[in-house]
Each structure stands twice: as structure tokens, then as C-alpha cells.
Design a protein around this ligand. Structure first.
Ligand code: 3HC
Ligand code: NAI
Length: 707
């Protein structure tokens, strides 16, 4: 009987007349070269084993197969390729069954599509998510999926990257049968044996034709997807390649379609977008691996408290309620508490208005919400987030109360944006329990959560912050204490670079457009109008006393704020928002203010190309990002990247500012900074880390290893 020795990632063993092929390549059975070789060997063995009447493919662990091994992209290819493996499976002379549980994604689904029969268990998640990695299905997915389920359903999966559950997969014809339990081996074996007994034929997906029979309907679906994609996927490379390859499934023989798919797939592999998106995929997993999460167990969190029911407190309360936690809100008086509760309810009423929540569901959620003006109500909670005014004295008073009432072991967190958390912690008798949890606005929507780690905090408290992020479905990034932590500290610098360019001759509208064209959803001046110009104004006033008098200070924003033009909420800011419009139009009066400020500062305006705008904007961001890593405020460059991807709208296909810097080349970034420094040496001081990396010919990614 044919068997392979463990610990091969693919083993096979005959059970009665079925050759069971098990893919066991933890953590997710990705299709690395050894798995590919193992699969070919298993099919060869099935052909050679006279007693095997059918073949069963099954994954060990929690998944069938999660796809190609993403770490292999960009490295020299190793044989056999995945399309070859799929072809070998499809050409097997004996019926091959795929029994799918957990993930059958990308190349994993392509393996299943190459099998002759497919069974999905209730846990199955099937999809072709390559587009999310800047890729397209590259092992026959663009040719086999349309032949099996038609162009519309195939393009839906390939362009969205979403996962289909087992029932949907059956409904659209992606699988033949639904399993019932959790045992893929037992159910797959029963299916394969039944097929063997019935002498079921091999059914090659490459020969399937029914789903494509109505050519006109298929072509219409293709053209509709093309038009939609042209509108939506701004600047993304792979979606149009997916459509092009799918078109070949309609119009060309299988082998020609496969050849085109290969050509287009390799173009995607070579694109910087693929590198950026795969960097983002790994980076968002690496950020979870902070030293404290490895060293300590989180404390249990079954209930939470919030102090302050304003913009942030209410949003954080909603995030916690949505995660199923009971929440107690403290406000300074009854009217403020009523407002806090109303802020929370407004979010749910909005959902009811859009038909996304029922009144009963809202009532059930609000039953977990309570409010009080007395701190004693927090005596039993496991974790408190303070979100009161950004004022050290107020915060210290709040923490004194928390110190007085909270039980031993409760985590005491502050949502401060800029203040010194070491100082806040020092004011309590339990600095080991004090942490920064910096949420982003709107806190129930934004995915980023900076976990700010003061000097004296215990490791298990930090680990609890990461655990809370997981419960709230947020992406945590570990940050050190400094003015602005990772994100706002870097933002302050590149915002100044934008202000300098505005004063030197670029209009805010041109800068916003250049930033949008780079891939951001909004430019910095639009963001300011959305957030409210008064927030930045208050910060500037607070910092006025400590500002270096020699540093360049652009006063345009102050002139605009002095007129009460705070952005969308006041109907005008940098832009005009007539009658509550959400998209602004350029304002000639703002341009006049800018002109006046230029004259006052003795500046003759010059023109900027969009390319120069982005070079300066990004150089400022990257340079401060390097400082933040250098000073260990961020553990690694990838922590800066994830902060910007999740908190600041940085275009994901560029991987984050530090990844982008690697793509451009650090010597070029440094040369830019040195050139800009000729005009303003105080602002453009090259980061020592950037200089050191350039000197040793390294890039930021060389610092990205896990801590
Ligand atoms: N290759 C290599 N490593 C992978 C991987 C892959 N395809 N998918 C996941 N991993 C790694 C993760 O990096 C993580 O590693 P770590 O523990 O060292 O951080 C580990 O597996 C576990 O991953 P998750 O934390 O994401 O585990 P979950 O259980 O939350 O999710 C999953 C599992 C749904 C499979 C999720 O990992 C996922 O979506 N993976 C990517 C799937 C994908 O995009 N497949 C397409 C690949 S491209 C392709 O197939 C091209 C082909 O058409 C030619
Ligand atoms: P806000 O002004 O909307 O709300 C503050 C609330 O705190 C008010 O409702 C006020 O009544 C209450 N409050 C003040 N003193 C109190 C006390 N002693 N006890 C109980 N409640 C008290 O302010 P916002 O915007 O919600 O900010 C709160 C904190 O979150 C600040 O530290 C801010 O820097 C930070 N933050 C703000 C972000 C934003 O975009 N607004 C983003 C991230 C952090």
C-alpha cells in the first residue's frame, strides 16, 4: 500500500479503494514548493496504485488550503508551478474529490476547481482573494471558475476577493455537495467511496461548458464588470487584468486562456502594488507580535467604563457595546451625561434609519449601557478609558478618582492624543495599571488603536490592550510615549510641509488633488475641514509657548480659523460647503487670504508640479517616520506603515510610508531631504536612522523582523 513518511507536508494513504491525500503544512496549508511537489507525487501514486479507485484531497488542521505561499512571491520560481500541479490533478485518470473545510482560498480553491468533485463542510470559506494582494488567480482560476459558475459569479468572487460560505458555494455551483459536520476526512471519504462504487467519471472543469452556454449574457456580465471596475478601482492594476483573463475564458480555448492568465499573472507579481499589498498583509499580522503580547497573558475584560461622553467617549462606548461588552459612562453632570447617552443612541438610530438595525436590537444593546455622574459606578469594571478634555489638570483629577474607586487590577487607560502618559500614571498609586489607548475618530469605525506604553506599565496591562483591540476588531499598534505618539507626531510634520508648500505657491486644492491622485481618499486640507479646523487651532495655541521662534510658522490656518471658518460644520473652511454639502468647492476668499499671507511673509509664489508636491509631502512623512523608529516610539518601520494604513487613509497598495520609501529607494529620499534642507535646514534635518541605513546600503524592511 502506498504511504509517505511524515513530516512531509503532503502524505497519502489508501483507505479501502480511496487514496487519501492529506495536506498538512501549518499554519494554513499554504501551497509552498514542498506541498506542490507532494501533490504531484500523490497523484502519480494514485495512478500507479491499482487498488485506488478514487482520490480524496483533504487539509489537516483548521483549513483546506489558504492559497499560494505568499512569502514565495518575488523570489525565484521553483518547479512545479501551481498551474502545473492543478493540471496534473485535473488530468488524473481517477476521480479526484476535494473535501473542503475552513479556507479554500486563492490557489487553494484553484486546487479544488481542478478536482473532479467538491464537497464543502459548513465551516468552508471559498474565495479567490488574490486581488487583495495585487494579484489575480494564477493557477487556472480565471479559466476554470467562469466555466463552472459563469462569468458574473466568477468575476464577483475575483474582483471583490470576498469569501463565500458553503451554502452559497453550492447555490452558485462552485461545489457539488454540502457536508454536515466538522470531519472533512470522514465525509470526504464517504463521498469518494460512493463515487468509486458508482464508477463516476472524471469531470474536468476545463471541459465544462454549460455555465458559458449563453454567450451574450456572459459577455454582458463581463462588460458590466469592466465598466464598474473602471469607475471604482482607481489606480489598481490587477482588477482589469482579471477581467482581461476572464474574457479569454469566453472566447478562447482553455490552453490559450491559461497562457494569457500566466502572462498577466506574472505582470501582477512584478508590480509594486503586489509588493505593497503583501507587505500590508504581513505587517498587519506582525503588529500583533509586541514583546508584551509574547511575555504576558492579558487580564480578563468582561466590563468597561468610559469617562467622558463627548465625540470620542461616545464612539468608544459604541465600539465596546458592539463587541458585546457592558459599558458604564461617567460624565461630569446630568446634562452632559444625557448628551453622552444621546451621542451613543444617535449612532444606533442612524443604523435603524438605514435599515441596518431593528429597534429591538438597539434596545438589547442599550440594555448593556449605563451612565452615572458618580465614579463609584466604576468600582467593579475591568477596564476604564478616560476621554475627557485634552487638559493635563483635568486628566489628573480624573485619574485620582479612578485610583480611588477602581478595583485592584483594573486597567486604567487614557485616550489622550498628545499628553504625557507617564505624568498621568505618576499621579496615581498604581502606574503599572496605566496605559494609553489612543482611538481614532469616529472611534466606532476607525480600525487603528495605538497602544501607548508608558515606562512603568506592566506587561500584562499592555497585553490586555492588544486583547481589547481584538475584541473590538481593531488593529493595534504599539507606540511609545511622546508628543503625538506614532501617527499624530508624524502627521504634524508632513502637515507643516503641506503648509509650507501652500505659502510658497501651491494652492490647498492642488495639494489635495496631488495627494488624492497618489491614492489617498482625501487631501490634508479636506481632512482638516472634516475634522474641524478648531481642533488643530487649539493644539497650535497650546504649543505656541514652546515653539522654536526660529522655526517657520505658516499663519494661514490661523487666519481662516479667526474668521470662524472651521470646515464642514461651519459651512466653510479651506473649501466652501454651501447648504451642508459634504464635498467642498474652492473658495476665492481663502485664496485671497493665502495671497495676503504670502505678501506679509515676503514670499513670491512659485509653481509646483504635483510630482514635487508628493516628493516633499512623502519626504517629510518618511523622515519623521524614521525618527519615530529611531527613538523606539515605533518598534519597527512596519508599525509606522500599519498606523498610516489604518488611521490616516494611506493607500494600501503602496504598503505604507516606510514601504513606499523602500520602493522609491532610501538614497533618493535622503537626497531629496538634503536638497530641501538648502532652503530650510531647521525643518529638513535628515533622520539619523535614514542616514545610517543609506550609509550601509540597507532599507527599512531590514528592520522589520519581529521583536
Ligand atoms: N501564505 C503564507 N502564509 C500565510 C498565508 C499564505 N497564503 N495565509 C496565511 N498565512 C500565515 C499568516 O501570515 C499567519 O502567520 P503568522 O502566524 O506567522 O503571523 C498565519 O498564516 C495565520 O494566518 P492568520 O493570522 O491570518 O490566521 P486566520 O485563521 O485569522 O486566517 C486565513 C486564516 C483566512 C487563511 C487568512 O490567513 C488569509 O486570508 N490568508 C490569505 C489567503 C489568500 O490571500 N490566499 C491567496 C494567496 S495568492 C494565490 O493563491 C495565488 C494563486 O492564485 C496562484
Ligand atoms: P469632547 O470635548 O467631545 O468630549 C469631552 C467630554 O468629556 C465632554 O463630554 C465633557 O463633558 C467630558 N468631561 C470633561 N471633564 C470631565 C470630567 N472631569 N469628568 C467626566 N467627564 C468630563 O472631546 P473629544 O474630542 O471626545 O476628546 C476627548 C479626548 O480624546 C481628548 O483627550 C482628545 O485629545 C482625545 N482624542 C480626540 C480625538 C478627536 O478626533 N476628537 C481623536 C483621538 C483622541
Amino acid at each position: 500500500m502506498a504511504t509517505t513518511p511524515s513530516p512531509q507536508p503532503v502524505t497519502f494513504q489508501r483507505q479501502a479503494d480511496v487514496l487519501v491525500v492529506t495536506i498538512d503544512n501549518p499554519p494554513v496549508n499554504a501551497l509552498g514548493v514542498d506541498v506542490r511537489r507532494g501533490l504531484v507525487a500523490a497523484i502519480e501514486a494514485a495512478e500507479a496504485d491499482g487498488a485506488a479507485a478514487a482520490v480524496l484531497l483533504v487539509g489537516a488542521g483548521r483549513n483546506f488550503i489558504a492559497g499560494a505561499d505568499i512569502r514565495e512571491f518575488g523570489k525565484p520560481p521553483q518547479q512545479p508551478s501551481l498551474p502545473e500541479v492543478c493540471g496534473r490533478i485535473e488530468n488524473c485518470s481517477k476521480p479526484v474529490v476535494a473535501a473542503i473545510h475552513g479556507a479554500a482560498l486563492g490557489g487553494g480553491l484553484e486546487i479544488a476547481l481542478s478536482a473532479h468533485y467538491r464537497l464543502a463542510l459548513p465551516s468552508a470559506k471559498l474565495g479567490l482573494p488574490e486581488v487583495q494582494l495585487g494579484l489575480m488567480p494564477g493557477a487556472g482560476g480565471t479559466q476554470r471558475a467562469p466555466r463552472l459558475i459563469g462569468v458574473k459569479a466568477a468575476l464577483d468572487l475575483m474582483l471583490s476577493g470576498r469569501h463565500a460560505g458553503a451554502k452559497e458555494a453550492l447555490a452558485i455551483g462552485l461545489v457539488d455537495r454540502l457536508g454536515e459536520g466538522a470531519d472533512a476526512l470522514a465525509e470526504g471519504l464517504a463521498y469518494a467511496q460512493a463515487l468509486a462504487v458508482a464508477k463516476a467519471p472524471v469531470r474536468r472543469t476545463r471541459d465544462a461548458s454549460q455555465a458559458l452556454a449563453d454567450k451574450d449574457a456572459q459577455r454582458a456580465a463581463l462588460e458590466a464588470a469592466r465598466a464598474d471596475t473602471a469607475k471604482k478601482s482607481r489606480g489598481l492594476f490587477s482588477p482589469m487584468k482579471i477581467i482581461e483573463a476572464t474574457e479569454a475564458a469566453l472566447s478562447q480555448p482553455f490552453d490559450q486562456g491559461m497562457a494569457l492568465e500566466r502572462k498577466l499573472f506574472l505582470q501582477c507579481v512584478d508590480s509594486p502594488q503586489r509588493a505593497g499589498l503583501i507587505h500590508a498583509f504581513f505587517a498587519e499580522r506582525e503588529v500583533l507580535k509586541a514583546p508584551e503580547t509574547k511575555a504576558a497573558k492579558p487580564r480578563p475584560i468582561e466590563s468597561c467604563g468610559i469617562v467622558g461622553g463627548g465625540t470620542m467617549g461616545a464612539g468608544i462606548a459604541v465600539a465596546m457595546l458592539d463587541a458585546g461588552l457592558p459599558v458604564t459612562m461617567i460624565e461630569r453632570d446630568e446634562p452632559s451625561l444625557a448628551r453622552g447617552r444621546a451621542h451613543v443612541e444617535k449612532v444606533y438610530d442612524g443604523l435603524i434609519g438605514k435599515g441596518r438595525m431593528t429597534a429591538e436590537a438597539k434596545a438589547a444593546v442599550m440594555a448593556r449601557f449605563s451612565g452615572s455622574t458618580a465614579y463609584d459606578a466604576l468600582a467593579k469594571v475591568d477596564l476604564v478609558v478616560e476621554a475627557v478634555f485634552e487638559d493635563m489638570a483635568v486628566k489628573k483629577a480624573v485619574f485620582a478618582e479612578l485610583d480611588r474607586v477602581c478595583k485592584a487590577g483594573a486597567v486604567l487607560a487614557t485616550n489622550t492624543s498628545y499628553l504625557d502618559i507617564d505624568e498621568i500614571a505618576a499621579g496615581t498609586s498604581r502606574p503599572g495599571d496605566v496605559l494609553g489607548l489612543h482611538f481614532f475618530s469616529p472611534a466606532n469605525i476607525m480600525k487603528l488603536l495605538e497602544i501607548v506604553v508608558p515606562a512603568k506599565v506592566s506587561a500584562d496591562v499592555v497585553a490586555t490592550g492588544f486583547e481589547l483591540a481584538k475584541k473590538l476588531k481593531k488593529t493595534p499598534v504599539r507606540a511609545g510615549v511622546c508628543d503625538g505618539f506614532i501617527g499624530n507626531r508624524i502627521l504634524a510634520v508632513y502637515r507643516q510641509a503641506a503648509d509650507h508648500m501652500m505659502e510658497d505657491g501651491a494652492s490647498p486644492y492642488q495639494i489635495d488633488k496631488a495627494v488624492r491622485d497618489f491614492g489617498y481618499p482625501m487631501g490634508p486640507f479636506q481632512v482638516s475641514d472634516l475634522a474641524g479646523g478648531d481642533i488643530g487651532w487649539a493644539t497650535r495655541k497650546r504649543k505656541a509657548a514652546t515653539r522654536d521662534p526660529k522655526a517657520r510658522y505658516v499663519q494661514i490656518a490661523d487666519r481662516i480659523c479667526e474668521r470662524g471658518w472651521f470646515g464642514q460644520k461651519t459651512g466653510r473652511g479651506y473649501y466652501l460647503y454651501p447648504e451642508g454639502a459634504r464635498t467642498g468647492t474652492p473658495d476665492p476668499e481663502v485664496e485671497a487670504i493665502i495671497d495676503a499671507e504670502r505678501r506679509r511673509a515676503g514670499i513670491t509664489p512659485r509653481s509646483f508640479t504635483d510630482e514635487e508636491i508628493m516628493r516633499r509631502y512623502m519626504a517629510a512623512m518618511i523622515n519623521e517616520g524614521a525618527n519615530v523608529v529611531h527613538q523606539r516610539i515605533a518598534l519597527r518601520p512596519l508599525d509606522v506603515d500599519v498606523t498610516f494604513l489604518y488611521g490616516y487613509g494611506f493607500p494600501r497598495h503602496r504598503g505604507g510610508p516606510m514601504k513606499y520609501a523602500d520602493t522609491v529607494g532610501l538614497p533618493k529620499v535622503l537626497a531629496d531631504i538634503r536638497e530641501f534642507a538648502k532652503e530650510d535646514p531647521l525643518f529638513w534635518q535628515p533622520s539619523p536612522l535614514l542616514v545610517a541605513l543609506v550609509e550601509r546600503g540597507a532599507d527599512f524592511s531590514s528592520l522589520d523582523q519581529s521583536e
